[in-house]
Design a protein around this ligand. Sequence first.
Ligand code: SF4
Length: 350
Amino acid sequence: MKKSFSQQLLSWYDRHGRKNLPWQKHRSAYTIWLSEIMLQQTRVATVIPYFERFIKRFPDVSILAAASNDEVMSLWAGLGYYARARNAHRCAQIVRDQYAGVFPELIEVLMTLPGIGRSTAGAIVAQAFDQRAVILDGNVKRVLTRLRAIPGWPGKSSVQKQLWTLADELTPDNRPADYTQAIMDLGAMICVRQKPECRICPVSQFCMAFQQDQVTAFPERRPQKPLPVREVSILLCHQQDGRILLERRPPDGIWGGLWSLPECDVDKDPAGFLESAYGYRMLEIDRGEPLSHTFTHFHLNIRPFLIKVQFAADRVANDNIRWCRASDLQQMGLPKPVAGLVSNFLQQAI
Ligand code: SF4
């Protein structure tokens, strides 16, 4: 008898699927939830060291809930998409306060928690509670659009609707946790974005794109609009003794809640701004190498200024501003481009 799609996929998973990922070793709703949040828009290899550090420091949801925002952000720094970290922290506090520290098992309830969408909720229910649930993350979308040669960009709502229906049709009643991992693994290991390995694919017999020799046509790309460009001046203010001025960013917006360098509009005089906004007087100023960083919705061009300031007292009347030594920086959680700028400055200053 011909095997079904899920049987074929599960047999392949039994032989080739990933079974030693760190969140699979001590499987719980907490570890699965945390891994799923970290894996949003991010590759497994990038996530693993972050996940391991996080779990070591926050071994359960109540410990994460009780941590300070600074500590959570510093362990997340470099992983990007920082709204995920803020939402994860808030979610942990809600699970502790409203669910006695136990993640709910219903998809609809999980979806009311910050940062948990339909696919993440499905993955938690399937992987942590081994109950049938449907997932549709980026990898699965790619597999399914190829499987049925579905035209249109998968982010479009009409295409998403078709994909959810298909994902539901294909999800079996048995072995929910394994099936969920299997379809994610297929997308990550075989049905990859560039050059999928159709010759060794366990489900090629079901795949319309393969049969029509149209694999590279799916999924269709997002309709491209040029990203807007923004510019900002960033002020790396330092003192004679090597301390650097850091400022915590507001909780929302880019790099929300992370420590960073003060910034001002490019049409403002950096030294004048520093004096009026922070009360520090400039002694010397240099321009640093310009850099740029691309966010989901815009490119940011950064003009750095290296400003030596007159001696400033340790204590400033604001919790969101701090003079820091090089040894403090590891615990501060700086965004990647800013951390690079500071690290270059410190190396040159030594
Ligand atoms: Fe993906 Fe190729 Fe397998 Fe189709 S046959 S699911 S395109 S790897």
